[in-house]
Design a protein. Structure first.
Length: 179
């Protein structure tokens, strides 16, 4: 009896690990026209380039939509002095980004909200950073046009918005837009 319980637990553990690994692999090759966001990451060097491209300063309030592990938000707060709000719906990504903000000690300048960014008021933002699939970006355009103030900067990583780009760094796949 004990052997069958142990066998059952081991088999379920193996299945869980395999499914988890497959989900990670799937996130690397996620189709760009999917409405769901894969777990793509922004590295620290790219985050610095984004901050420089958007000319982020201490007076900015930056929003990271789909904050993942919040590398951009942390970089903007720690190295450029900006205040920031990350919006993340996924509970695991929310937990990871919240922990990172506390570990790196920028929790007085940055906060993560576990919400759907389509439901969040973005009107206070001076800079918005997105690393989202094209389908999500297209759905965000009416929200940007309705809520964002003139002069608000939007930086998109990898995918372009259907707006006129103010500046871009094609080599780094960064696209800057101004409302």
């Amino acid at each position: 009896m004990l052997n069958s319980i142990v066998d059952f637990l081991v088999i379920n553990l193996i299945i869980f690990v395999l499914v988890f690994i497959l989900l990670i692999i799937l996130s690397w090759v996620w189709p760009p026209d999917s409405p769901w966001a894969p777990w793509w990451r922004t590295n620290r060097e790219t985050a610095r380039e984004i901050c420089k491209l958007a000319k982020i300063t201490r007076s900015d309030l930056v929003y990271e939509l789909g904050s993942g592990n919040a590398v951009f938000l942390i970089t903007a707060a720690k190295e450029f002095g900006a205040r920031g709000i990350g919006i993340e719906l996924d509970p695991l990504r929310f937990l990871v980004s919240t922990l990172m903000i506390h570990i790196i000690r920028v929790n007085e300048k940055a906060v993560i909200k576990r919400k759907n960014f389509f439901d969040e008021d973005l009107s206070g933002a001076t800079v918005i950073y997105v690393y989202l699939v094209p389908k999500a970006l297209n759905l965000l355009l009416p929200k940007f046009k309705k809520e964002l103030k003139k002069g608000t900067r939007i930086v998109s990583y990898k995918y372009q918005l259907k707006l006129k780009s103010q500046n871009s760094n094609v080599k780094s796949n960064l696209f800057l837009y101004k409302i």
